[in-house]
Design a protein around this ligand. Structure first.
Ligand code: UPG
Ligand code: F6P
Length: 493
């Protein structure tokens, strides 16, 4: 069986370059790579199909074909939308060129795939356009849906146009709906995603939340990387770097305190700010811990972060401002980590000193970072908005603490509750490790995908035949009326 993973945004290479150092290089790439590798290990022929980029700043993505070391999985890069890097919000008008490129690549080479898995609205739209012409069924994995992002960014009548011009939500929501309507199956990470995220009013004309198309397939954790205490030199390198950061950023009298570590992309919806403000406003929290913020690619934000993208600089400006007005200098440290191995080593160092992981995202569709931190033996205190609600609580059993990400009091209370009670800290350390071992492995994710694909290939394509607006094939402009229509629909929800 031959399966393509369509993931036009971000990019892939053997070194996982740029991961989390750009908003388009995050968990979705981890998810696509790990699921593809795990499926290939089970004998499936897998290609990850993404974009060919010939750009000074993105040198890793100029080869048409690349292999992951030790795997048959190929990264196939199709030229579309010019040569320069484009952030995901700017890909919409070029996806048909991507589809035509895929068709000619596979026609020449070795024939079309049996099945396509599509990722995010852009991958889903491309799969729908491919299927319309070549009748190959596909699954849709949202990773993140536009409606929730709009809500959490508090988009309203006043700022709608501002965000539309930058993030093109009307193009994204329209694409997501096309992807949903024509898909044979929806792969979701949690039941919560199926009911709450797909259940948003904006999607109700194309999806029924109790449809049999839904398959709950949880993502996994690479437990070769994310595991409790281990003896390897990576620890020493990171241990040294962490020591220097403590020396540089933490006041003398506070050096013994444990860390609360935050390690997500600098994206507004990750909401680092409320966590920093909680430190600033809640003395009981400050007494118990220092804050450690992971920022890939920036050595010392107290000194300079001008190399970051404009959006990320704005987010860091807010964080630095909060540190200033709350007199948090000496209580907040920054560390730059360049890959998952270093991240895991840092998690283990924080766990050794009795710290914990926190993520106060306004909305987190699933959240790979929390389960990775748990796998390293770190208790977690994370947002209750989204996937973590289902990951950290099953029946009466709790595997970590859930907080309202906009309530500094709640955040401070839950963090200090774990840090001030050794038994509770040990309980959540154990629960976290157990939860990941029981439920989150990429092998099981691959099994879920293969079972869904085999079922579709046996019972037939379940997708509708909903047409694709000519804008996405370059025959027209995105019509103002479509923007207005989505704006009214969104503002009425
Ligand atoms: O220095 C770093 C820091 C983080 N990461 C990785 O980046 C990923 C972050 O993933 P996640 O915590 O899931 O956040 P997002 O990047 O926002 O991922 C999106 O896609 C994921 C997969 O579907 C979902 O879990 C998220 O909810 C969704 O927002 C993790 O695997 C981290 O290991 C690195 O590789 N290097
Ligand atoms: O915040 P947005 O625009 O919904 O995009 C999030 C998506 O971007 C990525 O960071 C790209 O990897 C994904 O992890 C995620 O699916």
């Amino acid at each position: 069986m031959k399966v393509l993973f369509l993931n036009p945004q971000g990019n892939f290479d053997d070194k996982d370059s740029h991961w989390t150092q750009h908003p388009d290089f995050g968990g979705q790439l981890v998810y696509v790579k790990e699921t593809a590798l795990a499926m290939a290990k089970k004998g499936v022929k897998v290609d990850i199909v993404t974009r060919l980029i010939e750009d000074e700043g993105w040198k890793e993505f100029a080869d048409e074909i690349e292999h992951y070391q030790g795997s048959d999985v190929r990264i196939v890069r199709i030229p579309f939308g010019g040569k320069k890097f484009l952030r995901k919000e700017l890909l919409w008008p070029h996806l048909y060129e991507y589809v035509k490129g895929i068709q000619s690549f596979y026609k020449k080479a070795q024939g079309y795939p049996d099945f396509i898995t599509s990722h995010y609205g852009d991958g889903g739209l491309a799969a729908a356009m491919f299927r319309e012409e070549k009748k190959v069924p596909y699954s849709f994995t949202a990773h993140s849906l536009g409606a929730q992002k709009m809500q959490k960014l508090r988009i309203n009548k006043e700022n709608f146009q501002y965000y539309e011009e930058r993030l093109h939500f009307s193009k994204r929501i329209t694409a997501e709906k096309i992807a949903m309507a024509n898909a044979s199956t929806y792969i979701v990470s949690t039941r919560q995603e199926q009911i709450e995220q797909y259940g948003h009013p904006l999607y109700q004309d194309v999806v029924h939340i109790h449809s049999s198309k839904f398959k709950v397939v949880p993502p996994g954790v690479n437990t070769k990387i994310f595991q409790p205490k281990t003896e390897n030199q990576q620890e020493d390198a990171v241990k040294e770097r962490l020591k220097k950061v403590i020396q540089r950023d933490i006041a003398e009298e506070r050096k013994k305190l444990p860390f609360v570590i935050a390690s997500s992309r600098l994206d507004k919806k990750k909401n680092h700010l409320t966590l920093v403000n909680a430190f600033g406003k809640k003395i009981n929290l400050r007494k118990k811990a220092n804050l450690l913020i992971v920022i890939g690619g920036v050595e010392n934000p107290y000194h300079d972060y001008s190399k970051l993208k404009e959006e990320e600089q704005k987010i860091l400006d807010e964080i630095m401002n909060s540190i200033k007005i709350n007199q948090l200098k000496g209580k907040v440290a920054f560390i730059s980590l360049n890959n998952q191995k270093e991240l895991a080593a840092c998690y283990r160092q924080v766990a050794e000193k009795g710290g914990l992981f926190s993520l106060t995202a306004l909305f987190e569709p699933f959240g790979l970072a929390p389960i990775e931190a748990m796998a390293c033996g770190l208790p977690v205190v994370v947002t209750k908005n989204g996937g973590p609600l289902e990951v950290l609580k099953e029946g009466d059993t709790s595997y970590g603490l859930l907080v309202d990400p906009e309530d500094e009091e709640d955040i401070a209370e839950k963090i200090t509750a774990v840090l001030s009670n050794k038994e509770r800290w040990q309980y959540y350390q154990k629960q976290g490790i157990l939860r990941v071992r029981e439920k989150y492995t990429w092998e099981r994710t691959a099994e879920g995908y293969i079972a869904s694909i085999e079922e579709i290939l046996k019972t037939g394509d379940k997708g509708e035949n909903r047409g694709i607006p000519s804008y996405y094939k370059g025959y027209s402009h995105f019509l103002e009326k479509d923007v207005q229509q989505m704006k009214e629909a969104y503002l009425s929800t």
